[in-house]
Design a protein around this ligand. Sequence first.
Ligand SMILES: *Cc1c(COP(=O)(O)O)cnc(C)c1O
Length: 456
Amino acid sequence: MDWTNAEVSHSVPTEQRLAKARASLVCKLPEAGLGEAWTQEHLLGEIAPGFTSSSRCASYFAYTTGAVTDAALFADWVASTYDQNVAVHLPSESVATKLESVTLRLLQQLLGFDEDVFVGRIFTTGATASNLLGLALGREFVVAEAGRRKTVNATPHSSLYKAAAVLGLGRDSVLALPRSEDETWKFDLEALEAKLADGASIVSVSAGEVSSGKFATDGQDMQRIRDLADKYGAWVHVDGVTFGLQARVLPHTESYRHLTDGVSNLELADSLAGDCHKLLQTPYDCGFFFTRHLDVQQCVFRNPNAAYLSATPSQIPSPLNIGLENSRRFRALPVYATLLAYGRPWYRELLEGQIALARRIARYIVDSDAFELLPNDNFAEVYMVVLFRAKDAKLNESLVARINTDTRIHVSGLPGGWRGKPAARIAVGSWRVEGEREFTLIVDILETVVRESMTT
Ligand SMILES: *Cc1c(COP(=O)(O)O)cnc(C)c1O
């Protein structure tokens, strides 16, 4: 097996391949080392065939994953080779912290967040860690007001409950706001104000809901949320992960209005979580966190006792004083490499191509007799996720499994279904998609599924 970043045509391994990979695992520590050559052969020849091709197959549409660009892969390899520990700012020893700081600013330029306003910035292990940072800062910010520490969110991602649990706020402290009546994912702002009046003090906004790619706010809502937060002394955190923040690179044209509205005014937040492994197609694990309140960030994460921390006076804080970890991987390098290699236009065109494919699939679903687009027929508002189900209830029960019997493609179901019934989800996440090719494949597979369901 080759170990380049070349594209492959199977999205997940067959059962036989998986079984073979499992059977090859060495489960007892050998008395003596088996050698580098043997180990390489083992990893590439026996283990790797048991991996998903989520990053290497253009038609892996499950969950929400990005892929890995060639430039990012190369840089990740360099990062491992030089193995910089990006924990303390030591400008006379390494350029690593400077590069990290520069890269975070490039990212802010790409996504349209003022570098001089969002002065707290750090790479994390992923968006879950970034959400944790956001809630931790929010708690610090409001801690003076004892008891007011509920978090409200219209469509909270599971990672938010986890962050709340880890912080000791408790899972129950995350209050999901009711969705507004009209089947959209909108924040119910009246419900929000009632919760704030009742003592909630951290407002978390999902910019890009994970199952549907829908937005919970538009620019006006964000302004209103900011005003409410100021009135009640609350903290506003934005979880901009499911490709949400990325919509900020789109041109402001009519066909994207719904999306660009959905991510406008996000800069009114106190803190923002995002990730590069989904957004920018860098390898796992790479998240980022921006905040206006560097002082609060340092207050929470300062590492007070290590003598070597007395950093030279500089604008760059030591990462270990503004984030969770002490020793840290050089996550900035793949981000730096991919941003420089491809640039803003490439990322914009990539996203436009992904949206075009998702909308084409959505339109096919709307026009078909067998399937139904969710939450409604409006394919022109689709972002990168196509949520749908089979009209025939029996087919719908097994739809995801039937689609996935063809290993060229892989989709996932919506956990819990949509309004009590199973729903399938095609998330267009990879830079490898070409459009025509994937569209033809999907239509072919969906039509096969329908045909075969009539005979079985
Ligand atoms: C994926 C996702 C997360 C979790 O991000 P990780 O990087 O996997 O930790 C959080 N929020 C949303 C909306 C997501 O889509």
